[in-house]
Design a protein around this ligand. Structure first.
Ligand SMILES: Nc1nc2c(ncn2[C@@H]2O[C@H](COP(=O)(O)OP(=O)(O)OP(=O)(O)O)[C@@H](O)[C@H]2O)c(=O)[nH]1
Ligand SMILES: [Mg+2]
Length: 175
């Protein structure tokens, strides 16, 4: 019997696409603690995750995969070490529409390595379809500033194939 269980965590700021990416990876509706957004609601984004998201699926080799989403809001920062316990890796989801995306990238990478410096990490940038001038260079500079050589990709969290590409990159990072 295969008793191995893999635990993946998605981190990143509010509205980046963590809950959407979990939906794409697991093909199920995550068990989420979603609350109506009191500020900053848009046509597409009316709720925010408080505490956590959770969904599970199977990897291609049959290993059960547990996927957790961290809340983006700083007031739930205390949840981060709890969610990261026994995780093999983290996808940091960032939003190309955020003007301070490079600072956010640096912030999340430092935050994660302070909690556990053995984690495999990849950065995934959403919403590039809405930013025609988007350049990944400032993100790469932020990654170099932190010191860990973390791969960074653009992806659309609504797209299963693109989201899986990111998961595969993370699994390669672990090897
Ligand atoms: N245009 C566009 N929309 C995207 C893309 N990726 C995700 N979205 C949308 O962006 C929104 C992201 O919302 P969520 O998945 O709730 O974001 P979250 O990271 O879970 O946010 P919090 O729970 O508030 O921290 C959803 O409406 C998605 O459909 C993308 O690449 N392009
Ligand atoms: Mg969410």
């Amino acid at each position: 019997m295969n008793t191995t269980v893999a635990k993946l965590v998605l981190a990143g700021p509010m509205g980046a696409g963590k809950t959407t990416a979990i939906r794409s990876i697991t093909d199920t509706e995550p068990v989420s603690t979603e609350m109506p957004l009191s500020e900053g609601a848009t046509e597409n984004k009316t709720t925010t995750t408080v505490a956590l998201d959770f969904a599970n699926t199977l990897l291609e080799d049959g290993t059960p995969l547990l996927v957790y989403g961290m809340p983006g809001q700083e007031r739930f920062a205390f949840m981060r070490p709890i969610l990261l316990q026994d995780a093999f890796g983290v996808i940091v989801v960032l939003n190309a529409c955020d003007e301070d995306i490079a600072e956010q990238c640096e912030h999340w990478l430092r935050e994660l390595s302070a909690i556990d410096d053995g984690l495999a990490v990849v950065v995934g940038i959403t919403h590039t379809d809405r930013v025609p001038t988007f350049s990944i260079e400032p993100i790469r500079t932020a990654i170099r500033a932190v010191g860990n050589l973390v791969p960074a990709f653009t992806f659309d969290a609504r797209d299963k194939a693109q989201t899986f590409h990111l998961l595969r990159a993370l699994l390669v990072e672990m090897q």
